[in-house]
Design a protein. Structure first.
Length: 137
């Protein structure tokens, strides 16, 4: 996991990964909002290193349902080689368990479903754009 101090030290290196993830977020996140959320502890960032280089990262948050079910939600993910992310999954699962989470959840593009075949598809997310602005993702 990258602490806010760690993040400050590697921000320039991971910025392209964060920017890529934000692009696919449909305007939900920007690199600046991600940095603020991680800096303030609202969300956490977990990074996977290959050698000395960070090759993948996820931004996560812990939520609790009214029933008490704790969810470890991956809100952003970015990296090189989607199949390589499977090596990263054990690290993320262990971290989720440290927070007493019962499940991990992510909303992702359809391509990840082919990579994460052992994950259960539980929903389909639909959106309707209500803005008249053309410059919003």
């Amino acid at each position: 996991m990258l602490s806010p101090d760690d993040l400050r030290g590697v921000w320039d290196d991971i910025y392209p990964l964060v920017e890529k993830a934000c692009f696919y977020s449909g305007g939900t996140f920007s690199p600046d909002t991600v940095r603020t959320l991680v800096d303030t502890g609202v969300m956490r960032m977990i990074a996977y290193k290959s050698g000395d280089q960070i090759t993948s990262l996820v931004v996560v948050t812990v939520t609790q349902a009214a029933t008490g079910l704790r969810l470890f939600e991956i809100v952003l993910a970015s990296g090189e080689g989607m199949r390589d992310w499977l090596h990263f999954e054990d690290t993320v699962k262990a971290y989720a368990k440290q927070f007493g989470c019962h499940r991990m959840r992510c909303i992702t593009r359809e391509g990840m479903q082919r990579t994460l075949r052992h994950w259960k598809r539980t929903a389909v997310v639909l959106e309707l754009d209500l803005s008249d602005k053309k410059d919003i993702n």
